[in-house]
Ligand binder design. Structure first.
Ligand code: IPM
Ligand code: MN
Length: 358
C-alpha cells in the first residue's frame, strides 16, 4: 500500500519561509528515496498576510489544517505588529486548538566542535525535554486593574490541571521507556516556591509507580539550568511545565550547537501534530538567505518519525549528523559564510550517501 501524507505548511514570518523552503526540498527528496508521498498545502498566515488583509488565521483554514496529518511551521513574530498578537493568533491557536499537549525537544549534540562546553562530547549531550504545552502562564488568563495609573495591578494566572499534568507525565514515562537509554525521568519544577506545583510532585509519584523500570529524579528549575551546563550527561528524559520548558530548552539548544540546529514537535499523540524549529523569526536576517535551515530540516525529521516514516527520519538524521561532523559548516549561525540554500544543498547531497539500516 502506498504511504501518503497531507502536510500543512506555514512558512510564517522573517526567516520562516526561507528555512521552510529547504525543509520541503529535503522532505520531497526523502519521500522519493523512501517511496512515500508528501502532499503539501501552503498557508500564507503571518505578518505580511495580516498587514495586507487584517486576517490572522481564519476558522476555515484552521478546520482544513485540523484534517491534515501534520503541520510544518517556520516562525511567527514581526516587529511591525504588537508583541504576542500573531504568536497567540497562530502558534498558540494551533497548540491550544489542536490540544498539542506535548512539546518535545530533543537535545542531541552531533559534533563535538559545536558544543560550547569544555570537554563535553556527543556522549554527554543526548537527552530529551518533554515540555507541557497547553497550560501554565500560557493559558492566557491575565488582566489589569487601574491600567496606566500609578496604582496599576497586572495579573496572570499560572494554572495546572490534574489531567494536563498527568497526561504529559505519562507521555514522558513512556518516552523514557521507549528510549531505553538511562531509563530515567527527571521532573523539573519549582515546587519549593510555586506551591501549586505540588500537583506535579504528587502526580509524578503516582504515575511513576506504574513504571517501576524507570528511575525517578527531580531538580528545581534553577538547579536544572546549572546541571544543563555543568553535567548535561546527567539528563536522559526530562518533563517540565510550559514556561520552565520554554526557558530550559533555549539554554539546552545552545549545548547542542545552538538555535540553528534545534527542532521541536508539538504533539497530540495519534492526532495531527505540529513541527517547527525552536528559533524565532529573526527579522534582521529575513530575506538575506543566511539563516541556518538545519533546525527546520530536523523538524521535518521529527515529523517523519512521528508519521511512522522511521527510515526517512533516520536518513535525515544521519545526513545532518554527517554534515555537522564533516565540519563543512563552520557554524550554524547567520555568520557561517554559507547561504540557507547552500546548506540545503549540502544536506541533499548527504541524503544520497546516508546509510540507513533496512
Ligand atoms: C517557543 C516560543 C514561543 C513560546 C513564543 C513565540 C510564544 O518561544 O516555541 O518556544 O514561548 O512557546
Ligand atoms: Mn521559546
Amino acid at each position: 500500500m502506498s504511504r501518503s501524507y497531507n502536510i500543512a505548511v506555514i512558512g510564517g514570518d522573517g526567516i520562516g519561509p526561507e528555512v521552510v523552503r529547504e525543509g520541503l526540498r529535503v522532505l520531497e527528496r526523502v519521500a522519493s528515496i523512501e517511496g512515500f508521498t508528501a502532499r503539501t498545502t501552503s498557508y500564507p498566515f503571518g505578518a505580511e498576510h495580516y498587514l495586507r488583509t487584517k486576517e490572522v488565521f481564519p476558522d476555515s483554514a484552521f478546520e482544513e489544517i485540523r484534517a491534515q496529518d501534520a503541520i510544518l511551521l517556520g516562525a511567527i513574530g514581526d516587529p511591525r505588529i504588537e508583541v504576542g498578537y500573531l504568536e497567540f493568533g497562530i502558534i498558540a491557536r494551533l497548540r491550544f486548538g489542536l490540544d498539542l499537549y506535548v512539546n518535545l525537544r530533543p537535545i542531541k549534540l552531533y559534533a563535538e566542535h559545536l558544543c560550547p562546553l569544555k570537554g563535553k562530547t556527543p556522549a554527554d549531550v543526548d537527552f530529551v525535554v518533554v515540555r507541557e504545552n497547553t497550560e501554565d502562564a500560557y493559558a492566557g488568563m491575565y488582566g489589569y486593574f487601574k491600567k496606566g495609573t500609578p496604582d496599576e495591578i497586572a495579573t496572570q494566572e499560572i494554572l495546572f490541571t490534574r489531567k494536563g499534568v498527568e497526561r504529559v507525565i505519562r507521555y514522558a514515562f513512556d518516552l523514557a521507556r521507549r528510549r531505553g537509554k538511562a531509563k530515567k525521568l527527571t521532573l523539573v519544577d519549582k515546587a519549593n516556591a510555586v506551591r501549586a506545583m505540588d500537583l506535579w510532585t504528587r502526580t509524578f509519584a503516582e504515575v511513576g509507580a506504574e513504571y517501576p523500570d524507570i528511575a525517578r529524579e527531580h531538580a528545581y528549575i534553577d538547579a536544572a539550568t546549572m546541571w544543563c551546563v555543568k553535567n548535561p550527561e546527567w539528563f536522559d528524559t526530562v518533563v517540565t511545565s510550559n514556561m520552565f520548558g520554554d526557558i530550559l530548552t533555549d539554554l539546552a539548544a545552545m549545548i547542542q550547537g545552538g538555535l540553528g540546529v534545534a527542532a521541536s514537535g508539538n504533539l497530540h499523540p495519534g492526532k495531527v501534530s505540529l513541527f517547527e524549529p525552536i528559533h524565532g523569526s529573526a527579522p534582521k536576517y529575513a530575506g538575506k538567505n543566511v539563516a541556518s535551515p538545519v533546525a527546520t530540516i530536523m523538524a521535518v525529521q521529527m515529523m517523519l518519525d512521528y508519521l511512522g516514516e522511521a527510515r526517512g527520519a533516520r536518513r535525515i538524521e544521519e545526513s545532518v549528523a554527517g554534515l555537522l561532523r564533516s565540519r563543512r559548516l563552520p557554524s550554524l549561525g547567520s555568520d557561517s559564510g554559507l547561504s540557507t540554500s547552500a546548506v540545503g544543498d549540502l544536506v541533499l547531497e548527504e541524503l544520497e550517501r546516508a546509510q540507513v539500516p533496512a
